[in-house]
Design a protein around this ligand. Sequence first.
Ligand SMILES: [Zn+2]
Length: 407
Amino acid sequence: MTRRVVTGNSDLIRQLNRSLVLDVIRRQGPVSRAEVRRVTGLNFTTVTNAVADLIADDLVKEVGLGTSSGGRKPVLLTLNPTARYVLGCELQSAKLVIGLFDLAGNLVGRVQKPKCPRTSPDEAVARIAEGVREVLAAAGVSAEKVEGLGVAAPGPLDAESGVLLTPPNMVGWQNVPLRQLLEEATGLPVMLEKDGNAAAAGEVWFGAGKAVRNLILIIVDDGIGAGIVIGGQLYRGKGGAGEIGHGTLDLDGPRCSCGNHGCLEALASGFALGRKAAELIRRGVNSQLADLAESGIGTEHILAAAEAGDKLAADLLDECGRMLGIAVANTVNMYNPELIVLAGRLAQRSPIVLERALQLGRARAFPVLSNQVRIVRSGLGDDFLVRGAASLILARLFRGPVNLFPS
Ligand SMILES: [Zn+2]
């Protein structure tokens, strides 16, 4: 499928109207044309033409008659959720997952491919293209029915130009034109977004953020990052907004991968906890992680050890939760959001981290603002980034080519 190119003002307005009508039918269907006119404020001809267009594209179906308000019974319209599909890809230093979703957001296929920090851009692109072919074949979906591929990748990146700039922990990835490479390899339209932003988009589309206009999502995993939605729009700044993991919490703290000292990420990320665990074990602290101290202690090991009752792991997670709580409180004060979503393995799977973060996040924020915010953990599971990536394409289809998340 070719990318829809907007060539002029009337074309743009036609596309926006089409998205507007389609979104109302998605959210409120089965719904009559008259109701679509009432909700959108569009006139008779515009709605009639847009619906005819959508039916011709198989995106909308007529499904029987509604109740009459005097005259003829109106024909009801509904979304055809399997008319098209969207793909989401989570690309991380050591993880590569591709998911296929229908237009109602149901996961209809998933494939995980090998990926390590040394996987080159060419190899990764080839594996994503292979994964796309596999997941489509397994689900029996032809590529012509795919609306696009959304990719959630580590920053910093330029979402506009689709270029991955200098992702830490990915060897040999500098200024990679990932969108172009993936469009060539898959033949699909591709959208690239920083992982935190994609995850925030996923919460708006699928999760706790539905109908929320101001939300911050914080990912607490091997690294720490955030996505920001302000006034219903993703906020990217000049491209790099959301680097909450590199806010300084301890002026003289440990050195961070960014070159600074005492960043949240250097104190509370999975990588940081692993380093700290190994150091404490070398100094004689008892732990069931001792055997791993030389080969490397990862996020997964710490979560498993804490669950098995290991005191060192539990203490480290407690400290992670405390640091995260301060970051949450600072975020509440800075942005006054309605919602903060905590995602990533440390926040989603450790009750200790979550409890501490909620407690301190509220206690240390400005009281009035603290009372206005809901703080929750993501309910989208391990694949929250795959969903977030797919939601970028859904948002473009249903919300139009100009704004990702208009009200
Ligand atoms: Zn840093």
